[in-house]
Design a protein around this ligand. Structure first.
Ligand code: NAI
Length: 338
C-alpha cells in the first residue's frame, strides 16, 4: 500500500524509515507541507495519508480525500480532536491513531514543567549565566506532602499519578470514568473538590466539546491561591483570556503549558506586529511565572519509535481488513482497562 506522509520533520522520517523495514508492503512518500483542504489533492493515487496533531482534517479535507479514493487517515498521535469523525464515518474513511505510545514521556514532561515553574529554573539558569548567584525571586514550595490534582486518568494521567506519588504527594483525581487500579494511589473526587484542594493541577483529558475551556474564570476562582497549573493535553482545555486574568490577579505560583490555544493556526508562524499584539499566547509569554514549551511532551526517542511502529501496524491491519486498537471510529467511553 502507498502512504502519503504530511508535515514531515527529519526526526519523523528517521523513525519511520527505521520501522518501515519490517513492513515491506508499505511504501511511504514524505511531504513537508501539512494536510488541509489545499494540500489534500496531493494524495491522489495513495491509499492512505499520515497526519499529525495540527493537520486540518475537517469536512473539506475529508471530502477531497474521499473524492481521490483515499480510504485511510493515519494519525501519528493520540489525540484526534482535529478530525471530523462524523464526516469520515459518512465517507467510509477509516481514522486510526496511536492510543498510547509513551504515556510516561508526556507525564515526565508535565512534571518537568511543574518543577521548572515551581523552582523558577528558567530564571535561575539565566541569572547564573549572567553571574548573578543571588536567590532573589527563586523561592518555590516543597512538593512532598502537598496535593496534586490530576484531571483525566487515562494512560498519561495514570503515569502522572504514579510520578506525583513518587514525590510523596497526596493525589486527587477527576475522571468521569475512574480507573479502578489507580484507586490505591489516588482519591477520585469531584472536579470542584480537586480544584479547591490541589497545590498542583495537571490536565490529562482529551479535548472534547464538553471539556473545551473547562479551566475558565469560574474554575480558576475555585483553585487555591498559589497553585501551579500544568497543561500538556490540549490548549483549548484552558480559556486563555481567563487564565491571563487569573495570572494578573496573582492566582498562580506558576503556569506550565506544553499546548496553547493558538497552536492551530500557529500564531508564531506569522510574526506580524498585528498578530503578536492581539495574541493571547504572546501575552502569556510576557509573564515571568509562565513557561511555555512547543508541544514537545511526546518528543523522546522511545516515543517516536513507538509511534512509527504502531502507525505502520495500523496501516498494515487496515490493508488486511483487520480490527486494531488504533481505530478511532467505534471508540466508546470506556472504563479504564489498565
Ligand atoms: P486516554 O484516552 O488514555 O485518557 C484520557 C482520559 O481522560 C480517559 O480516562 C477519559 O475518561 C478522561 N476524560 C475524558 N473526558 C474528561 C473530562 N471532561 N474530564 C476529566 N477526564 C476526562 O488519553 P491519554 O493517552 O492519556 O492522552 C490524554 C491527552 O494527552 C490526549 O487526548 C492528548 O490531547 C494529550 N497528549 C499530549 C501530548 C503532548 O505531546 N503534549 C502527546 C500525547 C497526548
Amino acid at each position: 500500500m502507498r502512504l502519503l506522509f504530511y508535515d514531515t520533520k527529519s526526526y519523523d522520517r528517521e523513525a519511520f524509515d527505521r520501522a518501515a523495514g519490517a513492513f515491506p508492503d508499505i511504501e511511504i512518500d514524505y511531504l513537508k507541507t501539512d494536510l488541509g483542504p489545499r494540500t489534500a489533492p496531493l494524495a491522489e493515487g495513495f491509499d492512505g495519508v499520515c497526519a499529525f496533531v495540527n493537520s486540518d482534517i475537517g469536512k473539506d479535507t475529508l471530502q477531497i480525500l474521499s473524492h481521490r479514493k483515499v480510504g485511510l487517515v493515519l494519525l501519528r498521535c493520540a489525540g484526534f480532536n482535529n478530525v471530523d469523525l462524523k464526516t469520515a464515518q459518512e465517507l467510509g474513511i477509516q481514522v486510526m491513531r496511536v492510543p498510547g505510545y509513551s504515556p510516561e514521556a508526556v507525564a515526565e514532561h508535565a512534571m518537568a514543567l511543574a518543577l521548572a515553574c515551581n523552582r523558577r529554573l528558567y530564571k535561575a539558569y539565566n541569572k547564573v549565566r549572567e553571574n548573578d548567584f543571588s536567590l532573589n525571586g527563586l523561592m518555590g514550595f516543597t512538593f512532598y506532602q502537598k496535593t496534586a490534582g490530576i484531571i483525566g486518568t487515562g494512560k498519561i494521567g495514570a503515569a502522572m499519578v504514579r510520578i506525583c506519588k513518587g514525590f510523596g504527594m497526596k493525589v486527587l483525581a477527576y475522571d468521569p470514568y475512574p480507573c479502578e487500579s489507580l484507586r490505591e494511589l489516588a482519591e477520585y473526587v469531584s472536579l470542584d473538590h480537586l480544584l479547591a484542594g490541589s497545590d498542583l493541577i495537571s490536565l490529562h483529558c482529551p479535548l472534547s466539546d464538553a471539556a473545551r475551556h473547562m479551566i475558565n474564570r469560574d474554575a480558576i476562582r475555585k483553585m487555591k491561591d498559589g497553585v501551579i497549573l500544568v497543561n500538556t493535553s490540549r490548549g483549548a482545555l484552558v480559556k486563555t483570556q481567563d487564565l491571563i486574568e487569573g495570572i494578573l490577579r496573582h492566582k498562580f505560583a506558576g503556569v506550565g503549558l506544553d499546548v496553547y490555544e493558538e497552536e492551530t493556526p500557529n500564531v508564531f508562524e506569522d510574526r506580524s506586529d498585528e498578530i503578536l499584539e492581539t495574541s493571547v499566547t504572546a501575552r502569556l509569554l510576557s509573564f515571568p511565572n509562565v513557561m511555555i514549551t512547543s508541544h514537545q511532551g511526546f518528543f523522546t526517542r522511545e516515543a517516536l519509535a513507538a509511534i512509527a511502529q504502531t502507525t505502520l501496524e495500523n496501516a498494515s491491519a487496515y490493508a488486511r481488513g483487520e480490527e486494531c486498537a488504533g481505530r478511532v471510529q467505534g471508540l466508546i467511553p470506556r472504563l479504564c482497562q489498565r
